[in-house]
Design a protein around this ligand. Sequence first.
Ligand SMILES: NC(=O)c1ccc[n+]([C@@H]2O[C@H](COP(=O)([O-])OP(=O)(O)OC[C@H]3O[C@@H](n4cnc5c(N)ncnc54)[C@H](OP(=O)(O)O)[C@@H]3O)[C@@H](O)[C@H]2O)c1
Length: 256
Amino acid sequence: MELFDLSGKVAVITGSSRGIGKAIAERLAEHGAKVVISSRKAGPCDEAAAEINAKYGAGRAMAVPANIASKEDLQRLVDETNAAWGRIDILVCNAASNPYAGPMAGISDEQFEKILQNNVISNHWLIQMVSPQMLERKDGSVIIVSSIGGLRGNALIGAYNISKAADMQLARNLAVEWGPSNVRVNTIAPGLVQTDFAKYLWENPELLKQVTEPAPLKRIGQPDEIAGAAVYLASPASAYMTGQTLVVDGGITIAW
Ligand SMILES: NC(=O)c1ccc[n+]([C@@H]2O[C@H](COP(=O)([O-])OP(=O)(O)OC[C@H]3O[C@@H](n4cnc5c(N)ncnc54)[C@H](OP(=O)(O)O)[C@@H]3O)[C@@H](O)[C@H]2O)c1
């Protein structure tokens, strides 16, 4: 149990009112962490926090709505967590945006900027807001939810994939900067997971077939199947791992 024990730890998870972020928050709480639920909408955040408190005891989850596009919101997320619980040990940058599908020639500057802002620069902002206390304590785990899209070229979601590849590099750079202070930075690269975010992919039978047929496990993933990777990266079990990308994709990236 000690290997995956998160008792006494405080975790902030962006985009945790539903989908992969919610599953991560639930599993981190199950392993002992106090978790901060965050997304743009207060209602769903309150509901997700209430579910965790009902399951694991009062005071295990709190909701702080924040839009990752806003630096002020992110600072408030960090400040309110520190004020309530005094620390942040685990940061999961999970929320992301993808407002465009199609060839690179068709993307507007506004769409490309939004993708780079929310998926890369906002992660950079939030990590920089949280890292000083981690560096001072010489202990911390930062997890960025990237995508196997960051490992592949793709004609439909090229700009999104560029942002997810940048997340992997962000993790590598910060891992080098902060390794000497025992602050670890890793990414998780999920394959297709059945959430609202990817509905346009898995609801299309042709696209679904393209993804499931070549995958060794022959199916898409569920949000909870990504959460174990986050528990691992947050916990002492991954103490010697930093700067890496953990692929959780039913095997599709290794199949030929
Ligand atoms: N699903 C997949 O197939 C898949 C595959 C690879 C990687 N990923 C990655 O996994 C992560 C989570 O995606 P998901 O599939 O779990 O999506 P999801 O089920 O749609 O959930 C997205 C979460 O992020 C929040 N959110 C969206 N925009 C936000 C913003 N601007 N600021 C703050 N919160 C925001 C949403 O709540 P509100 O709407 O209330 O803000 C929600 O809580 C993303 O980084 C995505 O790129 C997903």
